[in-house]
Design a protein around this ligand. Structure first.
Ligand code: HEM
Length: 129
C-alpha cells in the first residue's frame, strides 16, 4: 500500500464513522427515549457520541487535506464538497451548543439536517473523480 492509499483508507473509515454514526444514532435515540425517561442516559450517549464523531471528522479533515495537497489537486471541483463539509460542521456545533436547552423536536431536526448533509458529502465525494 502506498501512503496515499493508506490516507484514503483512513479517510473513508473516518467518513463512514461520522456519517454511519449519525444514521445509527437517529434510530437509537427514539428507542432510548421509549425505554427510559432518565435524561442522563441520553446525555451520556450524546457525550460519548460527540467524542467519537468529532474525532472522526478531525481524521477525515486531516487525511482529506493531506490527499488534496499530496496529489496537488485544485480546489475548483471540491467547492460543493467543502461547502457541505462546512455546513455539517457548523450545524453540528450549533446542535452541540444548544442541545441542553432545546426541545427533543429541535434536537432531532438538527441531527436530521447534519445526517442528510453528511450523506450529501458522500454524493459530492464520489463525483469528484
Ligand atoms: C477538508 C475536508 C476534506 C477533504 C480535503 C477531502 C478530500 C478528499 C479527496 C482528495 C478524496 C479523493 C481520494 C482519492 O480518490 O484518492 C476524497 C474522497 C472521499 N471523501 Fe473526502 N475530503 C474531506 C472531507 C470528507 C468528509 C467530511 C467526508 C464524509 C463525511 C468525506 C468523504 C469522502 C468519500 C466518501 C470519498 C470517496 C470518493 C471516491 O473515492 O470515490 N470526505 N476526499
Amino acid at each position: 500500500m502506498t501512503s496515499l492509499e493508506i490516507a484514503k483508507w483512513i479517510h473513508l473509515l473516518a467518513a463512514a464513522v461520522w456519517t454511519g454514526g449519525l444514521i445509527v444514532l437517529g434510530f437509537l435515540v427514539g428507542a432510548v427515549r421509549k425505554a427510559t425517561n432518565d435524561r442522563g442516559v441520553l446525555q451520556a450517549i450524546a457525550r460519548r457520541f460527540g467524542v467519537v464523531s468529532w474525532t472522526a471528522m478531525g481524521v477525515a479533515l486531516a487525511t482529506g487535506l493531506w490527499m488534496f495537497f499530496e496529489r496537488r489537486l485544485t480546489a475548483d471541483r471540491f467547492q460543493l464538497k467543502w461547502t457541505l463539509v462546512g455546513i455539517a460542521i457548523a450545524v453540528a456545533l450549533v446542535h452541540q451548543l444548544t442541545a441542553r436547552k432545546s426541545s427533543p423536536a429541535v434536537r432531532g431536526a438538527l441531527q436530521g439536517v447534519i445526517m442528510l448533509v453528511s450523506i450529501g458529502i458522500f454524493a459530492a465525494a464520489v463525483t469528484l473523480f
